[in-house]
Write a protein that binds this ligand. Structure first.
Ligand SMILES: Nc1nc2c(ncn2[C@@H]2O[C@H](COP(=O)(O)OP(=O)(O)O)[C@@H](O)[C@H]2O)c(=O)[nH]1
Ligand SMILES: [Mg+2]
Ligand SMILES: [Zn+2]
Length: 356
């Protein structure tokens, strides 16, 4: 039998809703003995025990193979998960083709620092970024054109839309007809309104602010892919993209199209570990581009983040040493004093080692 393949749209407890690549026509006899047919394009699936055993997770966006379809019950079992091209987190979506970043031109007014941060965060996933500016109806032609030119110079020619006048919606839709698009952006910019226009029979609630946890962070509500009428899938992910940057310092320049462009002709900075700071000798990236200041600020953040990771790693390894009181694991010398006081057994161990 031909293997069935599909895309995971949603994960609910131990069930996976899978959209089939090829719909199946089910022939039925109705109560009057007439032939009718039903098209089945989705199956509710479980995961084969073998996959569970090897710890294979199944995420929204995963490409899967299905066995034992039960067409009447619209059920099946996932037997295989294809290797992922990428995996975004918070919330988890696999095989993402682009991030559609939605900002508003007004209400709330467009903050260049906030936008820049979202752009860098989106770039750090290495997925294509498409920028869309909503609420075009609220601003003058002049203001829109100023933003358009400014963002072009950042490397992001924006698509202007208005979910009120429908300006730009068709143009935007054309960019989304293939693959998986993840919609990201702050609350209030018009993401739900946009999704309702793109997928008319869905009707997501507009004006709904995603729930907040006690610490003012958005909850990661469950994520689901929706099929677009002209092809492609859309995911609305309120929890996506926390503002903190987790890029490593050496890769930060790759998150700025302006910086990448300066290195694109095969040219390199004088030092191959150049971080493109102001005082670096013969640096090609340093220059009078608008977001160079942002780059420098985020660089310090990235360095601080890397340092924090290193500290956490050290703390972790000291924990491991503590647990290894059976003496099988070699402990770093620095930790010995503390270790020795903890148990007599480890004391002996340490003495033995010191005799070596
Ligand atoms: N003026 C204007 N308001 C809009 C537009 N799109 C959405 N809004 C309004 O902006 C608010 C937030 O919209 P919503 O779709 O819930 O944004 P979300 O939080 O990003 O999902 C609502 O009051 C919408 O009516 C637009 O194109 N123009
Ligand atoms: Mg919304
Ligand atoms: Zn440099």
């Amino acid at each position: 039998m031909l293997a069935l393949t599909g895309t995971v749209l949603a994960v609910q407890a131990n069930f996976y809703r899978v959209m089939l690549d090829h719909a199946f026509r089910l022939e039925l006899l109705d109560e009057l003995g007439q032939n009718t047919s039903q098209i089945i394009d989705e199956l509710l699936c479980t995961r084969r025990a073998r996959l569970k055993k090897i710890g294979q997770q199944i995420c929204v966006g995963d490409r899967v193979t299905i066995e034992e379809p039960d067409w009447h019950g619209k059920r099946g079992a996932i037997s295989e998960v294809a290797a992922r091209r990428n995996l975004l987190d918070r919330p988890t979506v696999a095989n993402v083709d682009r991030i559609l970043l939605v900002f508003a031109l007004a209400e709330p007014s467009l903050d260049p620092h906030q936008l820049s941060r979202f752009l860098v965060k989106a770039e750090s996933t290495q997925v294509e970024v498409l920028l869309c500016l909503n609420k075009r109806d609220l601003v003058s032609d002049e203001l829109w054109q100023t933003w358009r030119d400014r963002l072009k110079s950042w490397g992001y020619p924006p698509v202007a839309i208005s979910t009120y006048t429908h300006e730009g919606i068709n143009e935007l839709a054309q960019h989304l007809q293939t693959g998986v698009t993840v919609v990201a952006g702050l609350s209030g910019v018009g993401k739900s309104s946009l999704i309702n226009l793109l997928i008319p029979n869905l009707q997501v609630r507009v004006g709904e602010v995603s729930q907040r946890l006690g610490h003012g962070r958005h909850t990661t509500r469950h994520v689901e892919l929706f099929a677009l009428p002209a092809g492609g899938y859309l995911a609305d992910t309120p929890g996506f993209m926390q503002p903190n940057l987790t890029v490593i310092p050496q890769e930060l320049a790759d998150c700025f199209p302006e910086a990448k462009q300066r290195l694109s002709a095969g040219d390199v900075c004088h030092f191959n570990n150049c971080l493109h700071r102001r005082d670096e000798p013969n640096c090609l990236v340093r220059g009078d581009w608008e977001r160079y200041e942002h780059y420098l600020a985020y660089l310090e953040e990235a360095i601080a983040y890397q340092q924090k990771l290193k500290n956490t790693a050290t703390a972790d390894s000291s924990l491991k040493v503590k647990d290894a009181s059976d003496g099988k694991q070699q402990e770093p010398r620095l930790l010995k004093k503390r270790y020795r006081r903890e148990s007599r057994r480890s004391e002996h161990q340490n003495l033995d080692e010191e005799l070596d």
